[in-house]
Design a binder for this molecule. Structure first.
Ligand code: SF4
Ligand code: SF4
Length: 413
């Protein structure tokens, strides 16, 4: 870990109002400033790694709202994540972590097979029966929570369905590589189908390599830096086989990770080149706003936008999604209060830390209610899962969609 990053904190406290866990607890140990101080003391050997101390650190969502607020460029979330990676490198992964991060996540075919029972569970009507009878209450809480978050699954993962090459419609203006995120393929396939359609309609040939693997974000989340580097090198080698102008993704979490390959694989030119080509879909679509506007038809909806942390804080993208939504004729766009505040999803945080996650989600739902929107738009699968569940439970009149689904729907209207 770069010690300089730790000593850069001047303890001004400007990050405190941005931190979701500090807003809920008002505890210094649950604040970015406190976390930086704890990691620093641990690095300096002035503190021992007690369970209580690790507990404080693990309450961090790695939302990086603190980094956006910090005038000194300190990123408490990233420092906590790096500390976790260093600790795991020494202690090693647990059996289950190893199984998930090394035997399941890097293999798209195994991931797809693992979802088959869930699809059967939904399609046979068993899910409805289980929910009606409250059977899940007899199972461990995390399982009940995971089941509750799962929306209706598509008939097939998108990876199995799409062609590797989608031709450009009309005159070809360039070629993009499409990074299809695992969750987008397995759960939000309609959104990624819409992404490919939008790119193709704007004249891009879209190449979606079938052998690409998970971006490695779950490895980073689990403190497995070696696994992340392996995933990064695999994807870099695969995309290097194609001549593409950009590598586009519609998954905020994947985009944030792909853009950091150059940082993770130090002194690796191909990693730097790969990362320099990565774009969130909103960045590419915004380049062609006028052409897109001409293709859109009215969608008379009151809509608002939730900034995923991985798009706003990690990639600094805020303007493009809003500009794109405002292109849709008839769409009544309203800004959400604290739109870039975390929704409490944060990878598996909403399963591991249900109480804090629910408190953070509650704040977000209150702002959505206050906006009067009937459609919530966002750009990251974790947020889609968390907010879909929250809206279903508390604001069923509000629908949620990925940005590309809204634009594609407007194009088809
Ligand atoms: S992390 Fe940044 S904003 Fe927060 S106290 Fe330190 S210097 Fe100030
Ligand atoms: S990453 Fe998020 S939760 Fe963690 S310290 Fe920063 S603002 Fe707080």
């Amino acid at each position: 870990m770069d010690y300089v990053k730790l000593i850069n904190c001047m303890r001004c406290g400007m990050c405190l109002p941005a931190c979701p866990t500090y807003k809920e607890t008002f505890l210094e140990t649950a604040s970015p400033r406190g976390r930086v101080a704890l990691v620093r003391k641990l690095q300096e050997g002035q503190l021992d790694q007690s369970d209580q101390l690790l507990e404080y650190l693990s309450l961090c969502l790695d939302c990086q709202a603190c980094a956006s607020a910090c005038p000194c460029g300190v990123n408490a979330g990233e420092l906590v994540a790096e500390f976790t990676c260093e600790r795991k490198a020494e202690s090693g992964l647990g059996y289950l972590e190893n199984l998930i991060l090394h035997k399941l996540v890097p293999h798209p075919d195994r991931l797809e097979t693992s979802m088959v029972p869930m699809r059967m569970y939904q399609r046979t009507g068993l899910q409805k029966l289980v929910r009606r009878l409250g059977i899940l209450k007899m199972f461990p809480k995390p399982l009940e929570r995971m089941e509750g978050l799962l929306p209706d699954l598509p008939a097939r993962p998108l990876r199995q369905e799409i062609q590797e090459v989608t031709p450009a419609m009309g005159q070809e203006r360039g070629t993009v590589g499409f990074f299809l995120g695992c969750v987008m393929s397995l759960i939000f396939s309609d959104a990624s189908r819409a992404t490919i359609k939008l790119l193709s309609s704007l004249g891009y040939k879209v190449i979606t390599p079938k052998n690409q693997v998970c971006c490695g974000a779950p490895n980073m989340l689990g403190g497995d830096l070696a696994g992340l580097k392996e995933a990064a090198q695999t994807n870099i080698d695969i995309f290097a086989g194609y001549k593409v102008d950009f590598i586009v993704t519609d998954c905020g979490g994947c985009g944030a990770e792909l853009k950091k390959y150059g940082h993770h694989l130090e002194d690796n030119e191909s990693a730097e080149l790969f990362s320099s080509k990565v774009r969130d879909i909103s960045q590419v679509l915004a380049l062609h706003a006028d052409e897109l506007r001409a293709k859109l038809r009215p969608l008379p909806l009151k809509a608002t936008y939730h900034d995923p942390c991985h798009i706003a804080h990690c990639q600094g993208i805020r303007r493009e999604p809003r500009e794109l939504l405002k292109l849709v004729p008839g769409l009544d766009y309203r800004e959400l209060e604290a739109a870039d505040a975390c929704c409490g999803s944060a990878g598996t945080y909403n399963i591991e830390r249900p109480e804090m996650s629910d408190r953070i989600l509650k704040r977000k739902l209150e702002t959505i209610r206050a906006s009067g929107a009937e459609l919530l738009v966002t750009g990251n699968p974790g947020c889609l899962l968390q907010l879909k569940k929250g809206l279903g439970d508390h604001l069923p009149q509000v629908r949620i969609m990925h940005l590309t689904e809204v634009l594609a729907r407007s194009m088809d209207a």
